[in-house]
Design a binder for this molecule. Structure first.
Ligand code: GTR
Length: 427
């Protein structure tokens, strides 16, 4: 049974807050009232009057607030990365495309520490090189995004949860192609785009282990024992990994690195948004069903809440984010400001009708609330749009949204819309 949030808050006992933590609200009628931080008012109360003002004063402070309060602070580009071509073929997909599998060996502060990110890249032959590209992380290994038998299995890993429980990832041949419906590679190539992907677990395995594995230990200072409250979490680690992929793409003559869209579904959609906010080299940013901590407004507390996400996934965000458990109004930011950080680059937010956990309406409203920033740059905003009709994309210059019928997934329908939007900016 759902207990309206207001009743729980009015009853005013400590215990009720615990009860509230176990409650998920999907009803706007009992949503708490809130005021979103104004994109065009600086934290000191001064107005933002121009695009230059946004770039020089407001954007840096908003970006810094997201680093401090939400995702944590990532290191800069690593000092040393090696690129190793593991495999390549110019005769894939009936000779229409090139495949490359490149290992990015990323070194940390200590010379003996590194992690290996295996990038799977398909490049269309038609249309002339260099090609614009889509880049995103995948959930289960590069071999899962395609039935292509030449795609290498990811490296296995093992780890330990704080309670001592062992976690293992042993990639299986039988999983080849198991996520292929999410990656319509022939369709993307036919439309003239390259597509690149890395298994997210190459960057940081997705479980809570106190940041013992993945990229985080690479940048731990010698003797450092305590993690800072604003130290980068796993989503920031994944986003940082996407920037390393872009570093590589800048060296690949087959790719137009100035025309790379970063894309992600769900937790990897949160990641795509943060990658796009942190790294302005991404020319377009696409969030598919990213929900809480992604495109959805946190203050609505519809579906997954900040408290729920911090409890279920304590490794995704920085420790400071927990201060906003059931206390969203105390944050300097909300997720519309994350979308605003992408301006004036094209941003695409997509939701699915039945994906209530991700709060589709909250995703739409966040995008709409980023409009004033896009308008500063001379674009149109979505302010006039009340709601999206199912399966009918809406756009205002560089801002795109659709609400697909169906559930939490990324489908060929979603990709068709992303490709059409990309055609307007990346061709
Ligand atoms: C859910 C999580 C969501 C979303 C999703 C996914 O369990 O609550 O925030 O990230 O996983 O990544 O599929």
């Amino acid at each position: 049974m759902r207990v309206p949030l207001t009743i729980l808050l009015l009853s005013g006992f400590g215990l009720t807050f615990q009860a509230e933590a176990a409650t998920v609200n999907y009803d706007e009628a009992v949503m708490p009232s809130f005021t979103l931080p104004d994109p065009l008012v600086c934290f000191d109360g001064s107005p933002v009057v121009s695009a230059e003002d946004w770039i020089s004063r407001r954007r840096p402070e908003v970006l810094d607030a997201f680093r401090r309060e939400v995702y944590g602070r990532s290191p800069g580009a690593p000092q040393k990365v090696e690129y190793r071509l593991l495999e390549a073929s110019s005769e894939v997909l009936d000779g229409t495309a090139i495949r490359k599998q490149v290992r990015l060996v990323v070194h940390g502060l200590a010379p003996d520490r590194s992690v290996a990110l295996d990038l799977l890249l398909y490049i269309p032959k038609a249309g002339g090189n260099p090609a614009p590209a889509f880049v995103g992380l995948n959930f289960r290994g590069n071999h899962a995004v395609t039935f292509d038998p030449e795609v290498l299995l990811p490296q296995p890993w093992t780890g330990t949860r704080p309670n001592g429980e062992r976690v293992e990832f042993r990639p299986q041949e039988s999983e080849r192609g198991s996520q292929a419906s999410r990656w319509p590679i022939p369709m993307i190539l036919e439309q003239g785009y390259a597509v690149g992907t890395v298994y997210c677990g190459d960057i940081d395995p997705d479980f809570h282990d106190g940041f013992a594995n993945g990229v985080h230990p690479l940048f731990r200072q010698a003797g450092e024992t305590e993690r800072a409250e604003d130290a980068w979490g796993t989503i920031a680690g994944w986003a940082w990994g996407l920037s390393r992929v872009l570093d590589y793409l800048e060296t690949d003559p087959d790719i137009d690195a100035g025309k790379v869209a970063v894309i992600g579904h769900s937790r990897l959609g949160k990641t795509a948004l943060w990658a796009g906010a942190e790294d302005p080299r991404f020319a377009m940013v696409i969030s598919n069903d990213s929900g809480c901590g992604g495109a959805a407004l946190s203050r609505r507390r519809i579906g997954e809440s900040v408290e729920r996400i911090n409890t279920a996934f304590p490794h995704w965000f920085c420790t400071n984010y927990r201060a906003f458990n059931d206390n969203e109004d105390a944050s300097l930011v909300d997720q519309h400001l994350l979308l605003a950080l992408i301006a004036p680059r094209p941003v695409y937010v997509a939701s699915a009708e039945d994906d209530k956990w991700a709060d589709p309406r909250g995703e739409f409203l966040a995008l709409r609330a980023a409009s004033p920033v896009y308008k500063l740059f001379g674009g149109d905003g979505l302010e006039g749009v009340e709601a999206a009709t199912v399966n009918q994309p809406v756009a205002a210059d560089a801002m795109f949204y659709h609400l697909r019928s169906g559930g939490h997934d990324i489908t060929p329908f979603d990709w068709q819309q992303y490709l059409a939007a990309a055609d307007r900016f990346l061709k």
